[in-house]
Write a protein that binds this ligand. Structure first.
Ligand code: FPP
Length: 246
């Protein structure tokens, strides 16, 4: 990884002063990519990890502050055990093999979601990556694992209620937001979903209130850096008013 200069970002067609602070991505279409290429689904997921590496690198190099990736939803448990095993192996492999490079590049890794449900080897690999990078000040890389926005919102509601009962004071919006997994991150500015599906599928429902949504037909394993740059350029053309006037 190497930091990109303002000049290099300009050459890519991006305004270095108006990058999204936080990008969230629903990485969809690994299975369809595999079918299209006459390969097993596991091959599609592996190709998905290659793309993930490229997108993380560009996010870090361009100076984006936070990147949140939907890697495993609370609904993904419905998949056959054989596919779950492939995904778990990829997670362990990723967090073991890539950790040195991510750490050298000052990336801070954090898992968001209910990790307790995963096999121990997954929890250990992810936990090690988190503790090793916890003081890094570069890209804040969040991997959503056994994550569901409804569950996150209910969890926050329960936590603020417990505090309210104890203190006798009604919680504020800020109190509530402090209990979300993303409490120390800016809101997502840009939310990307690949593979042509146009829905949020229980991802960051609260946080994405004002996110610019970008849906693209390209399947996740084909989402190259060039595609990512196109998405950011499109984001930079949008007119964000946050409910106000121009
Ligand atoms: C969607 O494709 C993708 C997933 C459910 C998993 C995403 C996981 C990875 C990219 C790899 C593991 C992650 C890390 C952080 C190492 P799909 O299987 O739903 O595709 P389909 O809709 O075409 O069947």
């Amino acid at each position: 990884m190497a930091k990109l200069t303002a000049q290099q970002l300009h050459e890519l067609g991006l305004n270095p002063k108006a990058l999204p602070r936080h990008v969230a991505i629903i990485m969809d279409g690994n299975g369809r990519w595999a079918r299209k290429n006459g390969a097993l689904r596991s091959f599609g997921h592996r190709a998905g990890v290659d793309r993930l590496r490229e997108i993380i690198r560009f996010s870090s190099d361009s100076g984006i502050e936070a990147l949140t990736l939907y890697a495993f939803s609370t609904e993904n448990w419905k998949r056959p055990d054989s596919e779950l095993a492939v995904l778990f192996n990829l997670l362990v492999e990723y967090f073991t093999k890539e950790i040195d490079e991510l750490d050298e590049n000052n990336v801070r890794i954090r898992a968001i979601g209910e990790m307790a449900a995963f096999p121990e080897r997954v929890r250990t690999a992810v936990g090690n990556a988190e503790s090793r990078t916890q003081h890094n000040g570069g890209l804040k890389l969040n991997i959503a694992l056994n994550y569901g926005a409804r569950m996150e919102i209910v969890r926050a509601a329960r936590r603020v209620s417990a505090n309210a009962i104890e203190s006798g004071k009604l919680p504020t919006q800020q109190d509530f937001e402090n209990e979300l997994y993303t409490h120390d991150l800016p809101e997502p500015d840009l939310l990307i979903r690949t593979s042509g599906e146009m829905r949020l599928s229980n991802f960051l429902l609260y946080q994405a209130a004002y996110a610019e949504l970008y849906f693209i037909e390209v399947l996740w394993p084909d989402f190259t850096q060039t595609e990512y740059v196109k998405a950011i350029a499109e984001y930079q053309r949008r007119n964000r008013r946050f409910g106000g006037l121009e």
